[in-house]
Design a protein around this ligand. Structure first.
Ligand SMILES: CC(C)(COP(=O)(O)OP(=O)(O)OC[C@H]1O[C@@H](n2cnc3c(N)ncnc32)[C@H](O)[C@@H]1OP(=O)(O)O)[C@@H](O)C(=O)NCCC(=O)NCCSC(=O)C[C@H](O)C(=O)O
Ligand SMILES: [Mg+2]
Length: 288
């Protein structure tokens, strides 16, 4: 992964104030939303507002535009307008590779991301992840819960199968995958717990709905100081073992083999990519 996606902040495409504010927020990526966060009557104007906003400098933050579905009256125009000017187009309710083909027919070479939020999408996750235009996947846990008729629990029991299938699919095809939103944006402990769960599962980051959520997600999905220190010591010990003609080292009472060293190198690369994001006009959440 060449850039971090710890924090992926949704911003309604109709909200000029939030669009401006986001240029100084500590988000790794922004999803500029034209779908559920924008009322039907505001959709055409939101497209214009967003087009103008994307002419501004968003620094190192990845700029992803979520269009309306092609089965709506706005989807085709959204796709045509944002075929250029953003880093990627996010396809809502992607249920099969054909949904991506239909958008790609309008957006051409622009990278696509897929909202993974339908039961069919879960079952077709591997085929969606394999799509040649696809760069990343976003869990849409609200829509998925709606379709499943499931109940919300802190452990996200009903989501586990879908979350796991999508992580497997993304990793099998080398695509980025970010977790769904945590709706109770004033509940910091709840958000922290859900970020930790997502990180433990292998997600690259979390989608967010409010700037107050940025700091928690950025911390949860970054390698900790302890992980960085351990990675350095594993690499050092393994290289010393190899120099002595051994295939295995031991660090802190645990074996270190070549696969562990691969993980350690990825951890250090991730920390470097995160460091490269810093100091570029980013302010603490809630400020600016
Ligand atoms: C949830 C909100 C409606 C809350 O808005 P508000 O009451 O205005 O919050 P605050 O007063 O606390 O805002 C403080 C300042 O922060 C700015 N702000 C708020 N939200 C954002 C944001 N997302 N990005 C950038 N800036 C933001 C406010 O403008 C205030 O600034 P200032 O004027 O300087 O004080 C609101 O947060 C919101 O609309 N959030 C996004 C909602 C959204 O995008 N929803 C759709 C995506 S989620 C989804 O669809 C999930 C998926 O598809 C699924 O199925 O699960
Ligand atoms: Mg949704």
């Amino acid at each position: 992964m060449s850039r971090p996606y710890r924090s992926v902040l949704y911003i309604p495409g109709s909200n000029a104030r939030a669009l401006e504010k986001a240029r100084g927020l500590a988000a790794d990526a922004i999803i500029f939303d034209l779908e559920d966060a924008v009322a039907p009557a505001e959709k055409p104007a939101a497209r214009d507002t967003l087009r103008a906003a994307l002419g501004q400098d968003y620094g190192p933050r990845a700029r992803i535009v979520r269009i309306n579905g092609l089965d709506t009256e706005w989807g085709r125009d959204d796709a045509a307008v944002f075929a250029t000017g953003a880093d990627a187009v996010l396809v809502p309710k992607a249920s099969s590779p054909a949904d991506l083909d239909a958008v790609a027919a309008i957006t051409g070479d622009t990278p696509l991301w897929a909202m993974m939020e339908t039961a069919a999408g879960m079952l077709n996750a591997a085929a969606i992840a394999a799509h040649p235009r696809l760069a990343g996947m976003v869990m849409g846990t609200n829509d998925l819960a709606k379709e499943l008729g499931s109940r919300n629990r802190p452990d996200r029991l009903a989501m586990q199968t879908g979350l796991g299938l999508c992580v497997l699919a993304a990793k099998a095809h080398g695509k980025v995958i970010v977790d769904g939103v945590f709706n109770a944006f004033k509940d910091e402990d709840g958000l922290r717990a859900e970020c930790e769960q997502g990180r433990d599962m292998g997600f690259d980051g979390k989608t967010l709905i409010h700037p107050a959520q940025l700091e928690i997600a950025n911390a949860a999905f970054a390698p900790s100081e302890a992980e960085i220190d351990l990675s350095r010591r594993q690499i050092e010990a393994y290289e010393a073992a190899i120099a002595e003609g051994k295939a295995v080292a031991v660090v802190d009472g645990r074996i270190v083999e070549n696969l562990h060293v691969d993980t350690a190198r990825k951890t250090l690369a991730r920390a470097e990519a995160i460091a490269a994001m810093g100091g570029q006009g980013q302010t603490a959440p809630g400020q600016g």
